[in-house]
Design a protein around this ligand. Sequence first.
Ligand code: NAD
Length: 331
Amino acid sequence: MRIGIAGVGRIGVMHARHAARLDGVEVVLADADPARARAAAAEVGARVLADVDAMLRSGLDGLLVAAGTPAHPELVRAGVDAGVPVLCEKPLAPDAARSRPLLEHIAARGGTVRVGHQRRFDRGYQEVRRALRAGELGWIHNLRALTCDQAPPPVEFLATSGGIFRDCSVHDFDAIRWLTGREVVEVCARGSNNGDPAIGEVGDVDTALALLILDDGTLASVAASRYNGAGHDVRLEVQGSRGTLVAGLDEHSALRSAEAGVAFPAGAPHATFAERFADAYRAEVAAFVALVRGTGGEDLCTPEDAVAASVVADAAQESLEKGAPVRLRAG
Ligand SMILES: NC(=O)c1ccc[n+]([C@@H]2O[C@H](COP(=O)([O-])OP(=O)(O)OC[C@H]3O[C@@H](n4cnc5c(N)ncnc54)[C@H](O)[C@@H]3O)[C@@H](O)[C@H]2O)c1
């Protein structure tokens, strides 16, 4: 089976590594920066092709889109038009408005597209979902999601990322919908910029908090920062009337207790998303290959779910900009 990877920057090269290690998978790749493509290809033992069209002409079985966000719609369309299943890194498009024509195109062509939301493949988040579905936590009074980078990505990346809610928190918006099966009806967001002023200059904030109200009244908070000195920290706490469960709390959590004599967590914190979610990313790419083979992939995020998470991210960005809560329209 031949898998093509379009874009081999921070995340594309990791996907290329994971795909290349799967049995029976040959990787070909392309990047707008030919030097980057050559370096990634040498590392994973892949062939470089000029661009997505050349990859599709080479006879792909699956296309993985990991280019920067602005290029996603064009690359996804190319895969769909060629009748090739596509795994697109989140988000499907820079915002929900630009995603909807793509959703229509995918449906009209009968395309198979999935979107990279790696928490769906993380064992802790999967256990939270199982416990919620089994009713083990009772009724839920609070969900608290957290996504913190140890250090900001390059400011050039932030300039086209759509803002911290669309870039970072969108994973938590997807996770909250996926875990609870509920829709978000209102968002109130705030942000701050106490780090590098260059982040503010490209229109983003370095730290943000969104309060979500779900359609059954449950409250959820989603926090994010680019300056978490303790390490890369992604957690989700769910508190219910009968119990509390936390995903991402283990010996590598980027925190320490203020209580005397508490040694937990004893391990080294993760430095990057690639370390924190290494197993989840591997499982996600394997699920895509299974989808292409027709033997699995059910847990991958559908484009409709990805756009629903983007709608929440857009509302959070709008609330941040307006300084007022935003109600979400149904549909
Ligand atoms: N799921 C996750 O946890 C996660 C983490 C990081 C990034 N992402 C997403 O992955 C995407 C890439 O992020 P990144 O951090 O790797 O960015 P990056 O800037 O490091 O890499 C993007 C690469 O895409 C290339 N590129 C741009 N347009 C292209 C095109 N038309 N064809 C081929 N290559 C093209 C660029 O030259 C660059 O090498 C973004 O959409 C981002 O939102 C997801």
